[in-house]
Design a protein around this ligand. Structure first.
Ligand code: ZN
Length: 498
């Protein structure tokens, strides 16, 4: 037990102290992971894995200790609202989940997914599904067993989905996706037609990396990202990680022929970073100081990237600075930049998909995962099922499994139930942006002149400062006055692409 815990401390004080102690381990692990993805030489990989396993093990043991369960039980039945009650509810949920899985199961899962990851990488390389299939069989089985350990009310997939998006149900998400599906297909087709005369290489040119970094940082700072309390570095797979109050790291990768991939990547990660920088510092290391969910996190990144950064008015304001930083753009017009930002074309790969087609990729994965878990779809039949559905959704025939069911890393990591959070993020982003536009007078005018402070302040007070005191669906309902509704996202896409 650390300093400050004596006999007079309440169970709640002890929980706060334990929670902050765990945060020391997890944030240190976070820094080591960030380093691994940015600066660590390849030779460090084995010892780094040991360091991370050690810190993860310590954090897990501290949280699952029997006294933590006793402290939580002591505090339950106290106040039913406020920060304290929210923390106790969140700890209860995490504690039950963390203690429901037998140690042998957790070890087996780690073993299976570490083998599956390398098998998947090889299978994707050679586009041979049969090399990954036996591993995926085991992963589906493990996920079913995990759902049984956790328990669920509706179907097993509920328990998996809730791992990533608390409070979400398969039926609820399925309903939202059914509303979206037919209209998304129509929007996708129309958007592609409208983009037919916008060449894919419209902005191709010479963009030195340092000049890109300079322009990216200027826009991130204008959005409100605080570089005294954060930084941007280079990586292969871009991400954002909030390490501590006052230390949020963004990463990006550069293509010197096309500035827009790092640029929109940075706008996306800036949205994540603004959320991390806006979490209440006084609650750091406790649930009230943590983000609400993956879906809510994604709503912040998509809002800044798509709703702010891809609107036509955006480039009216930023064109001058863009040309100054990136002289290649002198030969392009404001209209070229706006057209490229809203260009749409159906393709095989989710991570390359544009805003108008992205969600269909997610709905496809959700439907397939649900069927794999329920047993309706056998792993052996996955490629066929994927390809048939893909053709139905996008009108394209998948040419090889590496462009189809082998493209994503998620399943090889054992993560089923994760994908829906991306589209939940899009839906939340649209609903929040619409509400902000209603409540902030002259918001469009502000954004068109590069003034983002009122929008950020609105997001701070409605989302960031709340941490995870509310469940994601409650948070959205409180912020916008109504439950999550697909209509706002569809209206946004129609306004931009039809
Ligand atoms: Zn994201």
């Amino acid at each position: 037990m650390g300093q400050g815990a004596d006999m007079s401390d309440s169970a709640y004080d002890k929980l706060i102290e334990r929670s902050r102690e765990i945060a020391l381990f997890t944030s240190s692990a976070g820094l080591l992971s960030w380093d691994q993805e940015t600066f660590m030489p390849g030779g460090g990989v084995n010892y780094r894995a040991e360091q991370l396993a050690f810190l993860g093990g310590k954090a897990h043991a501290l949280f699952t200790a029997p006294e933590v369960g006793e402290w939580i039980a002591t505090e339950e039945g106290g106040a039913s609202d406020g920060v304290q009650a929210a923390n106790v509810r969140a700890w209860r949920w995490s504690y039950d989940r963390a203690t429901k899985l037998p140690v042998e199961f957790v070890q087996e899962r780690a073993r299976v997914s570490s083998l599956a990851k390398s098998a998947w990488a090889e299978a994707r390389e050679t586009s041979e599904f049969s090399r990954f299939a036996p591993h995926l069989e085991k992963i589906v089985d493990l996920n079913r067993r995990q759902a049984d350990y956790y328990g669920y009310e509706g179907e097993p997939y509920d328990a998996l989905l809730e791992t990533y998006e608390r409070g979400a149900t398969t039926a609820g998400v399925g309903g939202l996706f059914e509303d979206l599906k037919p209209q998304l297909r129509e929007i996708g087709r129309a958007a592609a037609e409208r983009s037919a005369n916008v060449p894919a290489d419209l902005l191709a040119g010479d963009y030195p990396q340092t000049a890109q970094a300079d322009f990216n940082s200027a826009v991130a700072a204008a959005f409100g990202f605080d570089f005294q309390r954060g930084r941007i570095d280079t990586t292969t797979h871009p991400f954002c990680t909030g390490l501590a109050p006052g230390d949020t790291r963004l990463t990006t990768r550069y293509d010197t022929r096309d500035f827009s991939s790092s640029f929109y990547g940075v706008l996306h990660e800036t949205g994540h970073g603004l959320y991390e920088q806006g979490l209440p510092e006084e609650h750091f290391g406790t649930p009230a100081g943590s983000s609400a969910s993956l879906g809510i996190h994604e709503s912040q990144s998509r809002l800044w990237e798509n709703h702010v950064g891809r609107q036509p008015a955006f480039w009216n304001h930023w064109y001058g600075k863009a040309v100054e930083s990136l002289p290649t753009l002198k030969s392009r017009s404001v209209e070229d930049l706006s057209a490229a930002a809203a260009r749409s074309q159906a393709g095989f790969i989710r991570v390359d998909a544009d805003e108008a087609t992205y969600d269909l990729h997610i709905i496809l994965r959700f439907e397939i995962e649900r069927e794999l878990i329920s047993g309706e779809l056998a792993v052996a039949d996955l490629p066929e099922a994927w390809n048939a559905r893909f053709e139905n959704f996008f009108g394209l025939q998948v040419d090889k499994d590496s462009n189809g069911c082998l493209q994503d890393i998620h399943w090889s990591m054992g993560a089923l139930g994760y994908f829906p959070t991306y589209t939940i993020g899009n839906l939340c982003a649209a609903q929040l942006f619409a509400k902000a536009g209603e409540e902030i007078s002259g918001m469009d005018q502000q954004l068109a002149t590069g003034n983002y402070s009122e929008l950020l302040a609105w997001l701070r007070s409605r989302i960031h400062e709340k941490g995870s005191q509310l469940l994601p669906n409650e948070l959205i309902e409180q912020a916008t006055g109504q439950p999550l509704d697909a209509r706002f996202h569809l209206e946004h896409l129609k306004a931009r692409y039809l």
